[in-house]
Design a protein. Structure first.
Length: 260
């Protein structure tokens, strides 16, 4: 491969001129995703429920690599999802990428979990992703890419009780396939699911002491936790022209956990 050919391949991972929305971007993986998309050339809209933390994300991205808009949003409300997309279009003129990252976890055994708590997890993780996808699809008139953030717990178990979370992440994979079938050909919108394994984040801070280290040692082939930049790099590939022939898929990034 010549230097020119290599440069052309690398250019396929660029997002210059594109506008990307990232939900759940006030902390954790969402912050890493937003930074990576900006570094790849996208103008980024960050969304979340916590205004102060969201502003920190916005300021860091704006200071490091470019324009960034923050919109406080609760994805369980379809009207707020619509308003988020409307503000993104009003500010940047278009939308091209949606990362449905907003989510919550609940580690409660099935016989102890209150029905309202179970419904809340599904409302945020599944319904919120659906409302956001619909709002985005209406505005992405020139096509685009959606990545729904799932989890390996939609495919396997990992030693803790997560009935609501596991159900929601399995549902995300089904939602991804159906939206891809509906929108890839008709609207030019590719839809994929990113299923992380064990990555340090605000969500995993809730796990019992020593749990993550044990999972890394016993369940991953690498013998370590994942790094956020490794997951973010996969996300950039999924929304870039480099993955233009990939849709309806669940991409697992877990160090081999689902195979053990």
């Amino acid at each position: 491969m010549t230097d020119s050919e290599a440069a052309n391949v690398l250019n396929m991972f660029r997002l210059d001129g594109q506008v990307a929305i990232v939900t759940g971007a006030s902390s954790g993986l969402g912050v890493g995703f937003a930074h990576a998309l900006s570094q790849a050339g996208a103008r980024v809209v960050v969304a979340g429920r916590r205004a102060a933390q969201l502003e920190q994300t916005r300021a860091a991205i704006a200071g490091a690599s470019g324009d960034c808009l923050a919109v406080v949003t609760d994805v369980v409300d379809p009207e707020q999802c619509e308003r988020l997309v409307e503000q993104a279009v009003a500010h940047f003129g278009r939308v091209d990428v949606l990362v449905n990252n907003a989510g919550v976890a609940a580690g409660t055994p099935a016989l102890k979990e209150h029905p309202d708590d179970f419904r809340r997890v599904l409302d945020i993780n599944v319904n919120g992703s659906y409302w956001m996808a619909r709002a985005f699809a209406r505005a992405a008139t020139k096509g685009g890419a959606i990545v729904n953030v799932g989890s390996i717990l939609g495919l396997t178990t990992a030693g803790l009780p997560h009935p609501a979370y596991a159900a929601s992440k399995a549902a995300i994979m089904g939602l991804t396939r159906d939206l891809a079938a509906e929108w890839t050909g008709r609207r030019g919108i590719r839809v994929n699911c990113l299923a992380p394994g064990f990555f340090p984040s605000e969500m995993t801070d809730q796990y019992p002491a020593g749990y993550l280290d044990r999972m890394a040692a016993e369940r991953t082939m690498n013998g370590r936790l994942g790094r956020v930049e490794e997951l973010a790099a996969t996300l950039v590939w999924l929304v870039s022209p480099a993955s233009g022939y990939v849709t309806g898929q669940t991409i697992v990034v877990d160090g081999g956990v689902v195979l053990t």
